[in-house]
Design a protein around this ligand. Structure first.
Ligand SMILES: [Zn+2]
Length: 94
């Protein structure tokens, strides 16, 4: 799903989710029910890959596809660090 921007005379800018390439030129405004026209806006590529984008994407995804939880989160064993450097064998063990 991709966000497309539409312009409503009463609500100003409205963003609606559609499948890429299937966004109609006009749609119904979710706020007032009027017909809104699609406007072209620059893609938000500047924030792609950032933690803010991942947070926004994860939040939007969880609204439509919540993760299924099958139980309580368990305690995980601390990760053991392994090294293959032979010099590290001489170091004292914890
Ligand atoms: Zn509206």
């Amino acid at each position: 799903m991709t966000l497309y921007e539409y312009r409503c005379a009463a609500c100003d800018a409205v963003e609606l989710n559609f499948v890429i390439g299937q966004a109609p030129q006009s749609a119904e405004c979710p706020g007032c029910g009027r017909q809104v026209r699609r406007v072209f806006s620059p893609p938000r590529l500047s924030i792609a890959g950032t933690s803010a984008y991942k947070l926004l994407d994860g939040t939007a995804k969880s609204a439509h596809e919540p993760e299924v939880v099958s139980g309580l989160p368990g305690r995980t064993a601390p990760k053991q660090r392994y090294t293959h450097n032979p010099l590290h064998r001489k170091l004292p063990r914890p």
